[in-house]
Design a protein around this ligand. Structure first.
Ligand SMILES: [Zn+2]
Ligand SMILES: [Zn+2]
Length: 465
């Protein structure tokens, strides 16, 4: 034991704290940003890494001629390091959507380090919190705090680490590649981010400086900005075919920018699926590489949700959209909210000049419609004050579903005397559960041909036929 240390501090589990750390003092991120303290809110190391170095690279590029082999190498290395993040950090380690053999793991940990986005361990922990607490305050890059925040703000401004939701990373702590990369992170970043791309261009075709600027610094900038788009653009642009309660979205532009991570609505619904795009024609080079590695024996146990489960999610979301559309339409006053009218009262009101017509026990005010009736005024008038159920359902004319729909918007009451009870009973008998089906908001779902006024068999008592 270190004699200089008091025994109480000697525990191995004790966090390694800064001597100036005061647990009672609020974290800088939890204090308001003012003109005096703004610079304390900034994470200057990240500003230098994410913005400062690329700016220097842009300036240096003015003096550095770009040679073709260096350009090709920079693009190739861009894809490798991008894949290190998408296929390695993201789909292999954060989500365990497949398993990789040791050589592939080492390759992904190395090129992923070359993207300069933190260690696998750190990145995956935050990413798991992002999935678990999407759009909440515990989401490390919640788009609810703004597009710029989700893209880069969460890195250039200091964050209180206690705010980020806790996640289980015990599996990562047991992975020797992850542990090694985390312990040797700085060495990995310098070697794979800058030294290795410089060496390839220098030893390969003598372009040391070009390799350093283009395949090193500027390539880091592009791969960082592209992968940051998964946190920003993929939560902001596109459709939500599986669930619209949270922000993740699907869009081909995001997919093109992020090596196929753009089908993000699908990804948040089925995060352990090794695919992001499930259609063959959608752009997901990360998926194609994983599939290819599995054919080469480098990857195995590729996880995939059954299409039955995927389609269920898609249909449910379509149903939700349909319900919203349906709720905006006028389906007439719901039957249970209509006043109950005596038959004699109904006849009396017609005698006083109201244009009422009863169909299947429901009273409709057709006064304004008489002149427009496609079958002519005389026919509709002949139904006023009567039970026009049979006339309407084929006795005189077999009205269309559209006519039943239109009629329902004119309903003003329900006939008493068994009728209103009758229609409910009949509705139940004829349409079984259909009439009573309601959407999530409690609005009835009236399917084509299922309006209450629709009667399959013309009634025996029909007099008008
Ligand atoms: Zn996301
Ligand atoms: Zn993810």
């Amino acid at each position: 034991m270190d004699p200089a240390k008091p025994p109480s501090m000697a525990s191995k589990d004790e966090p390694n704290r800064n001597p100036n750390y005061d647990p009672k003092k609020p974290h800088i991120a939890d204090t308001p940003l003012t003109k005096k303290n703004w610079y304390k809110h900034v994470n200057w190391l990240n500003v230098f890494l994410i913005i400062g170095i690329p700016m220097m690279g842009v300036v240096a590029a003015f003096w550095t001629p770009l040679r073709l082999p260096t350009l090709i190498w920079a693009i190739v290395y861009y894809y490798w390091t991008g894949l290190g993040i998408t296929a390695g950090y993201h789909r292999l380690w954060a989500h365990k959507s497949y398993s990789a053999r040791l050589p592939l793991k080492i390759f992904l940990a190395a090129v992923g380090g070359g993207a300069v986005e933190g260690s696998i361990r750190w990145w995956s922990r935050d990413h798991r919190a992002h999935h678990r607490y999407t759009d909440t305050n515990k989401d490390p890059y919640s788009v609810r705090k703004g597009l710029l925040y989700s893209h880069i703000g969460w890195m250039v401004m200091k964050q209180n680490p206690k705010r980020i939701g806790r996640t289980d990373i015990s599996d990562l702590n047991e992975d020797p590649v992850v542990v090694w990369q985390h312990k040797n992170y700085l060495k990995t970043v310098f070697f794979m981010g800058l030294i290795f791309p410089t060496l390839v261009a220098g030893l390969g075709w003598g372009d040391w400086w070009g390799g350093y600027i283009y395949a090193g610094i500027l390539r880091i900038f592009f791969v960082q900005q592209a992968t940051f788009c998964v946190n920003s653009l993929a939560h902001w642009l596109g459709d939500q075919p599986f669930d619209d309660r949270n922000s993740p979205r699907d869009h081909v532009i995001t997919a093109l920018v992020t090596l196929g991570e753009g089908y993000h609505n699908f990804h948040h619904e089925f995060p352990s699926d090794y695919r992001n795009a499930i259609q063959w024609h959608q752009y997901d080079p990360t998926k194609w590489c994983i599939w290819l590695w599995s054919k080469l024996g480098l990857a195995y146990d590729l996880k995939q949700f059954r299409s039955n489960e995927i389609e269920k999610g898609r249909v449910q979301q379509q149903q939700k959209k349909l319900d919203q559309k349906r709720a905006k339409l006028d389906w007439g006053v719901p039957l249970d909210q209509l006043p109950v009218i005596e038959w004699d009262d109904y006849v009396e009101q017609v005698n006083q000049g109201r244009g009422l017509v009863a169909v299947a026990g429901v009273v409709h005010d057709v006064s304004d419609f008489i002149d427009e009736h496609p079958g002519g005024k005389a026919l509709i008038k002949s139904g006023l004050g009567k039970d026009a159920t049979a006339m309407f359902n084929g006795g005189v004319y077999f009205h269309s579903n559209a006519a039943h729909n239109l009629l329902s918007t004119m309903r003003v009451g329900v006939i008493r005397g068994g009728c209103e009870v009758e229609i409910w009973k009949r509705a139940q008998r004829e349409n079984k559960d259909v009439v009573y089906v309601k959407d999530d908001q409690g609005n009835p779902i009236i399917r084509a041909g299922n309006q209450i006024t629709k009667v399959e068999q013309p009634m025996a008592t029909a007099s008008a036929a």
